[in-house]
Design a protein around this ligand. Structure first.
Ligand code: 5AD
Ligand code: SF4
Length: 447
């Protein structure tokens, strides 16, 4: 009776959440529910939420208003808030209004079908226990066929950076078994996927018995040499020499590392509990650049952490100059309850936070542009991913180093690896045309 009911799901936040939604899809399909892409035809509405910054939560709260409205005209609809915000503000959500039937944290997705059934009987369902063991290892994420897949290799985080709510919303760190990850990659390869991104809050601390992250990378990369392997996020403290050597050792492990620095000031890094100094970070960057000369690096930066002075901020700008990242994700500090930084107050005024953030963004944009300009005239290997955003006559795809490239369509198919000669660039995108023939330097084409 209930088995043909439809559910609608929206996902907010990071790639881990996207990967979690695929697990939720699998659980829901397994229980007989059918996914719908339109809210207006849904019997069950789920929202997979993010709690990392206040603006994410505000957007989600706004969206919940729409769901409330939908439920007013469809009173039998079940509304479920799942994920990090469900974990963090469960009580407030339950109090927000009668329209929310389910509040389910990231480690309790298996309970969805049971709680939906209970909600049909008028019971509110709340399941927010964090687990030390739940890895959803036995659940095959539901993915439609395509080019790129996210693979969550671990859950939670033990780092407890002073500003970060993740250890409280996603719990303690747990790694999936190496065998289950490798078998997932094998399946993806058989299905024609061309790229897998291994995901975790801190993939560098992956551990399964005697296997560490470098071991996992090798095993995964050797499944299919034509499949690009990416990973994120790396924590500087756990980035071993063995891992750097491993990235260099396989052509299909992409030359791209996302290595959040957060600040260039030792004083702030210490307050943030990041466990490395500016110098240690810079030394690590130098080691990486030496071993993998073609590496592309991106980072995360927070502006306006409590007590941040103009001098601290200048040190961050200075570090960006020195490293020359290919890109940076930049955030204004957002106080999160329960974190260590919550007690430090939020003393950097909004206008100063904004100004500093603007300076960081401007500087990084110039650096990205400069880095991209050095590629003009190069021929790069691109995986054709789909139509460009601007024209049906153009394709786009990425380089091994994760740079977006736009080029005229020229008889190629999505999923092909082709050589593109770069002709012009901006800070975010490279533009070029196909070279007449494939070149032997192409790593993946020739191995
Ligand atoms: N305020 C601002 N940025 C944050 N991040 C995490 N927590 C906060 C916060 N409270 C940023 C960090 C992290 C990225 C995923 O989000 O830069 O690396
Ligand atoms: Fe948060 Fe730090 Fe863990 Fe990243 S490493 S998820 S910033 S606590």
């Amino acid at each position: 009776m209930q088995t043909s009911r439809s559910f609608y799901i929206e996902t907010y936040g990071c790639q881990m959440n996207m990967a979690d939604t695929e697990i939720v899809l699998s659980i829901m399909h397994g229980a007989g529910f059918i996914r719908t892409e339109t809210l207006s035809s849904a019997d069950i509405v789920l929202i997979n939420t993010c709690a990392v910054r206040d603006n994410a939560e505000q957007r989600i709260t706004g969206r919940l208003g729409d769901f409330n409205h939908y439920k007013k005209t469809n009173p039998n609809v079940i509304v479920g808030v799942i994920g990090c915000m469900a974990e963090r503000v469960r009580k407030e959500l339950m109090e927000l209004g009668d329209f929310i039937d389910l509040v389910i944290g990231p480690d309790e997705y298996r309970k969805l079908p049971v709680l939906i059934e209970a909600a049909d009987g008028g019971e509110k369902g709340i399941a927010v226990k964090l687990s030390r063991v739940e890895k959803y290892d036995d659940i095959i994420p539901f993915r439609t066929d395509g080019l790129s897949a996210w693979i969550s290799i671990m859950r939670g985080c033990d780092k407890f950076c002073a500003y970060c709510v993740v250890p409280f919303t996603r719990g303690r760190e747990r790694s999936r078994s190496l065998a289950s990850i490798v078998s997932e990659v094998e399946d993806l390869s058989h299905r024609g996927f061309k790229e897998a991104t291994l995901l975790g809050q801190n993939v560098n601390s992956y551990s399964d018995g005697t296997f560490n992250f470098a071991d996992l990378l090798v095993k995964v990369a050797d499944v299919d040499k034509k499949m690009r392997i990416r990973f994120m996020t790396s924590h500087p403290q756990d980035m071993s020499d063995k891992l750097i050597d491993t990235i260099a050792s396989r052509n299909n492990i992409c030359n791209y590392i996302h290595l959040p620095v957060q600040s260039g000031s030792d004083r702030i890094l210490e307050l943030m509990n990041r466990t490395y100094t500016r110098n240690q970070y810079l030394n690590l960057i130098n080691r990486i650049k030496k071993v993998i000369p073609n590496i592309s690096l991106t980072t995360d930066v927070i502006s306006g952490f409590p007590t941040e002075t103009e001098d601290d901020h200048k040190k961050t700008l200075d570090l960006l100059h020195e490293v020359e990242f290919d890109g940076a994700y930049t955030f204004k500090y957002s106080p999160r309850e329960n974190t260590k930084a919550w007690q430090m107050g939020d003393d950097v005024p909004e206008d100063i936070k904004n100004r500093r953030l603007g300076e960081i963004i401007d500087l990084q944009r110039n650096i990205s542009l400069r880095r991209n300009k050095t590629m003009i005239g190069d021929t790069v290997e691109v995986l054709v991913e789909g139509l460009s955003k601007k024209s049906v006559n153009e394709f786009c795809g990425r380089t091994n180093t994760n740079k977006m490239v736009v080029f005229p369509k020229n008889g190629d198919a999505i999923g092909d690896y082709i050589g593109i000669r770069i002709e012009r660039v901006n800070s975010a995108t490279l533009f070029g045309t196909k070279t007449g023939h494939s070149l032997p330097q192409f790593a993946i084409l020739t191995t």
